[in-house]
Design a protein around this ligand. Structure first.
Ligand code: CO
Length: 214
């Protein structure tokens, strides 16, 4: 089954091109000179959470970074490069961290089974568990606890964005930049806004606040 799906990919591509051109003969011409997306999406690599599709975004409308469990790790050169380019070159107005219920990375972080090299990536999520241990262990129902941990991890990654020099510098020069935390329901397709609003670095724990940065 996998093989036949693979075999259809290039045909699917040709069909997609035809359909887009039928709707708008200029579709690809309009895209060839560059991009100006207003949004950076940081999401999970999970195949069930395709960024563009679930929010009806067309090519050119969102800049996307995905990794296991939508993490914002401040030493991750890949994530930092995407963030820097999005904020400082593309001048996106919104950064969305979109996690999802049922996230395998988050689930693994709650457990003790080794999954190989990824243990070291999952470690960052285990740290989030430790910071919020009291709240999480108080939730008796395992599914509820898992769902809450997914949400808490998203919140933590939104704060990690706010702590970054890139975001603090943008705020320091009064560049419009809002960061958001969303959670996607794999079982119903719906996104919930977790309503995490950080608008300046004064809302960060004092040790993370960088002064004179712009
Ligand atoms: Co996931």
């Amino acid at each position: 089954m996998k093989q036949s799906f693979y075999a259809s990919l290039l045909d699917n591509n040709k069909q997609w091109v035809e359909e887009e051109l039928k709707k708008d003969p200029e579709f690809f011409k309009k895209l060839k000179d560059g991009q100006n997306p207003p949004i950076l999406w940081i999401g999970c690599a999970d195949s069930r959470v395709p960024a563009n599709q679930i929010i009806g975004a067309n090519p050119g409308e969102i800049f996307v970074h995905r990794n296991i469990a939508n993490m914002v790790v401040h030493t991750d050169m890949n994530m930092l490069s995407v963030l820097d380019y999005a904020v400082n070159v593309l001048k996106v107005r919104h950064v969305i961290v979109c996690g999802h219920y049922g996230c395998g990375g988050v689930k693994t972080a709650m457990e003790n089974t080794s999954v190989g090299l990824i243990d070291n990536w999952i470690r960052h999520i285990k740290d989030v568990y430790r910071f919020n241990r009291e709240e999480l262990v108080a939730i008796e129902d395992p599914k509820e606890r898992f769902d809450r941990f997914v949400e808490i991890n998203i919140r933590e990654q939104v704060y990690n964005l706010a702590k970054s020099s890139i975001v603090q510098a943008a705020w320091g020069r009064d560049q419009f930049l809002e960061i958001h935390g969303w959670v996607y329901g794999v079982e119903n397709g719906l996104i919930k806004d977790l309503d995490i609003n950080i608008e300046n670095n004064k809302e960060l724990s004092d040790v993370y606040q960088l002064n004179g940065i712009y």
